[in-house]
Ligand binder design. Structure first.
Ligand code: SF4
Ligand code: SF4
Length: 235
């Protein structure tokens, strides 16, 4: 008798990734609760959502792209990242563009912000609050790439264990809620219509396999750097 080999579900496949560490602890509990309030749980299996939140220990490139795209749309402009975070890294050309925007010289702005040169050629500026903050960002069109990438850049590093979770930013949780809900719904669809999900499963397998020689932590750091480069001005 031919026995059909049972395929792992999308969530189990993610959780079987080598070196997988579940997203857990108080941050995961908060994300789970927020996801519950967003969903109509009558149509949703609680276990799917629990597994979906746990599975956030590994993120696909397509999901990371979604997070970067989404954060600009849902940022509430509360300014907490500009007033509570301690420092930011700025590229020389970014500071030059800020000087131009402020109609001042690069030298003056470097002095007034007490920008400290770092070994990697970037500069560190203290920001608590940021010198460019005055009820709102006064250099918004030319703000540094690090600000453009926030909070996804810190959030992703925190999932890789290389940074603190950016709890000061209220949209950090929302970005993960979005991914968790999407994954939980896909899990349900897989049970109801596995044929329909075949193509998606193959895309995900390829997505995960692209940087398969890296650990999850290295993979997330690599992807953050790649996105950060595109967000830094003039690069
Ligand atoms: S803390 Fe988050 S929500 Fe507030 S301005 Fe910064 S990125 Fe936007
Ligand atoms: S440059 Fe603008 S967005 Fe960046 S920390 Fe300063 S005030 Fe905030």
């Amino acid at each position: 008798m031919h026995v059909m080999e049972e395929q792992p579900s999308p969530l189990h496949r993610l959780m079987q990734t080598e070196g997988f560490k579940p997203f857990s602890g108080p941050d995961a509990i908060r994300v789970y609760r927020k996801a519950i309030t967003r969903l109509n749980m009558e149509n949703m299996d609680e276990n799917d959502l629990l597994n979906a939140v746990s599975s956030l220990g590994v993120l696909l490139e397509t999901e990371i792209a979604l997070m970067y795209a989404l954060q600009d749309q849902i940022c509430t402009r509360c300014g907490k990242c500009c007033t509570q975070n301690k420092s930011m890294r700025v590229q020389k050309n970014e500071l030059k563009q800020i000087a131009e925007h402020q109609k001042t010289s690069y030298k003056k702005i470097k002095r007034s912000t007490r920008a400290l040169p770092r070994r990697d050629g970037t500069m560190k500026i203290k920001r608590s609050p940021c010198p460019f903050y005055d009820d709102e960002c006064t250099v918004y069109p030319v703000r540094p790439g690090e600000c453009r990438g926030y909070p996804a850049n810190v959030l992703l590093k925190s999932i890789g264990g290389k940074a603190e979770y950016p709890t000061e930013c209220e949209i950090s949780d929302e970005l993960l809620v979005e991914i968790a809900i999407k994954r939980a719904l896909e899990e349900k669809m897989q049970r109801e219509n596995p044929e329909l999900m075949k193509e998606l499963a193959e895309k995900k397998r390829k997505d995960l396999g692209r940087l398969g020689n890296m650990t999850q932590s290295q993979r997330l750091a690599y992807l953050v750097n790649r996105y950060q480069k595109t967000l830094n001005q003039g690069q």
